[in-house]
Design a protein around this ligand. Structure first.
Ligand SMILES: [Zn+2]
Length: 524
């Protein structure tokens, strides 16, 4: 995303250098603030009334609604829109719909567009306006001008009850306390979920950064929640080396059922049924601040929010984030090690029970993510979850790297190397190809040579392919035994520690359970 944002300035400089700056400037629309005012008056009808002001309209403006956001599902947010009207300096402007998401408007000067969009869907992947609160994923209710996504934006909320406040990781437009915010561009605004209502909020320091919490619901205690989040933030920041954000916001809703969590650049929105579910989801979503938000597959860039974007990397972006969810739980002491073993055994049981595991690879499951909006697709005959299989692949890759390197390097080192080689260089990685290449480079730097440094078979068999995974063999390398029980039509698995592991098996097991920090990692 940073690459795309920088491009127009780069092009501009280049053209200036060859002496056509004036021509160039004439062709580029003047830079201005595009502003949105969102009225929350119609809470009974769950209706956001949006007024969008686009300055410097120069004859013709397209405005567009995203077709997907938050989930890998085409959801066509434009069908929630009604009563669109436009006017410019000369009075009314005619808005003509040119495809399901786009309106084309002839306008001069300042273009004002108004529309209603109705949302009453709870959870972090949608929007909701009711008497209790407003929750907004901006990309779902706001239109944008495609060629002007890079211009700075302002959003203000009006007609909220007097006691409603806002929580969002954006700059305050009024210098504190109001319901108006600014962002450097539309994408930054689109990636900042907003909760407006009467939630509780507090702040603490962890991982060297201010961590903000805005929370609704019952059954939580501030001290306990602060302790849980501090452990998670410190562990993840310590492992990766540095917090990639200036400040981070957790938006929690507790007690309204399982809604899941959604990652964003500097925040996350999480809905859970109870406190017991919260730590794992928080650990998962926070890890996305590195894995997928900044360490990002090239197949998801540049963003095309009009149609499906196909990536083979979700086994890593989501699945290995699940691996770290598990690791963080055990490494912070919130799980004992038997809970980690049970979690992994349950994932093996689930995958092995799915007939689809013999024909759908982890990479194909990633490509087919767009089918997840069709309920039958998630049934055992038709798919294997890239979350589940990726979670196991992360652990198995960890074990394989440790076994090959005499426990000198593992998955933690791979994550740090991927982050340094791609995110820190503002490059995107080329799906499994770059993950494999980086893992092999980490092994070679740790002194591993020959076939042991070749992860080709691992990736071709278990990531791109559908070979039966020899779980018991992998786990044995970490001093763990896989036990199974046959049932009438399935088999369930259990993971237990070997009673007399070898020295290396024991070291690998202990390394996985303890994890490493960027500071303590073996220099190589
Ligand atoms: Zn995730």
């Amino acid at each position: 995303m940073m690459h795309r944002r920088c491009l127009p300035y780069f092009v501009h400089l280049l053209r200036a250098a060859v002496g056509i700056a004036l021509l160039c400037c004439a062709a580029i629309p003047a830079h201005a603030t595009i502003s949105y005012t969102v009225s929350l008056a119609n809470r009974d009808q769950h209706r956001f009334h949006v007024t969008m002001i686009v300055p410097n309209a120069n004859g013709h403006v397209d405005v567009r609604m995203a077709a997907w956001n938050a989930l890998y599902q085409i959801r066509d947010f434009a069908y929630h829109v009604s009563s669109l009207a436009a006017r410019d300096d000369s009075g009314s402007a005619v808005a003509v719909k040119i495809d399901k998401d786009t309106w084309s408007i002839s306008a001069h000067g300042t273009l004002t567009i108004e529309y209603d969009t109705d949302w009453d869907e709870s959870g972090p992947f949608a929007c909701q306006l009711d008497d209790n609160h407003a929750f907004i994923n901006p990309a779902i209710i706001l239109m944008y001008v495609p060629e002007r996504r890079g211009e700075d934006v302002r959003i203000a909320f009006t007609d909220a009850p007097g006691n409603w406040r806002a929580a969002v990781e954006l700059d305050d437009a009024n210098g504190g306390g109001g319901l108006a915010f600014t962002a450097a561009n539309f994408d930054a605004l689109a990636d900042a979920p907003i909760e407006i209502g009467t939630f509780d909020e507090f702040e603490f320091q962890a991982g060297g950064r201010p961590i903000r919490v805005a929370i609704s619901g019952r059954g939580w205690k501030r001290d306990q929640l602060t302790d849980v989040l501090t452990r998670i933030v410190n562990n993840e920041v310590g492992m990766m080396g540095e917090a990639p954000f200036r400040e981070y916001l957790f938006l929690f809703r507790i007690g309204e059922g399982w809604g899941g969590g959604m990652e964003h650049m500097n925040s996350t929105a999480i809905d859970v049924a109870n406190m017991g579910q919260l730590p794992g989801v928080a650990a998962h979503e926070l890890f996305h601040a590195w894995n997928v938000k900044r360490l990002r597959p090239a197949s998801l860039e540049p963003l095309d929010d009009q149609r499906e974007m196909y990536t083979r990397a979700l086994w890593f972006a989501e699945g290995v984030t699940n691996t770290y969810e598990d690791y963080v739980m055990v490494r912070t002491g919130m799980w004992d090690k038997s809970q980690l073993y049970d979690e992994l055994a349950q994932r093996i049981t689930e995958i092995e029970a799915r007939p689809a595991h013999v024909w759908q690879s982890a990479e194909q499951s990633s490509l087919d993510a767009w089918f997840e909006k069709y309920p039958p697709y998630t049934e055992p005959d038709f798919s294997v979850s890239y979350y589940d299989k990726g979670e196991l692949l992360g652990v198995l890759l960890d074990i394989q790297m440790r076994e090959a390197s005499d426990d000198r390097v593992g998955l933690d080192d791979l994550m740090r190397a991927m982050y340094a080689d791609f995110a820190m260089q503002r490059r995107f990685y080329n799906d499994s190809i770059d993950i494999r290449a980086t893992a092999e480079a980490v092994l070679r730097q740790a002194g591993v040579t020959g076939a042991a440094a070749d992860l080709g078979p691992f990736f071709s068999r278990y990531v791109a392919g559908v070979a039966e995974i020899p779980y018991a063999d992998f786990l044995a390398d970490a001093g763990l035994s896989l036990e199974s029980t046959a049932h009438s039509s399935s088999r369930s698995y259990r993971i237990v520690e070997m009673s007399t592991p070898s020295d290396l098996q024991l070291r690998i097991r202990e390394s996985i359970l303890a994890g490493s920090t960027a500071q303590t990692a073996v220099a190589h």
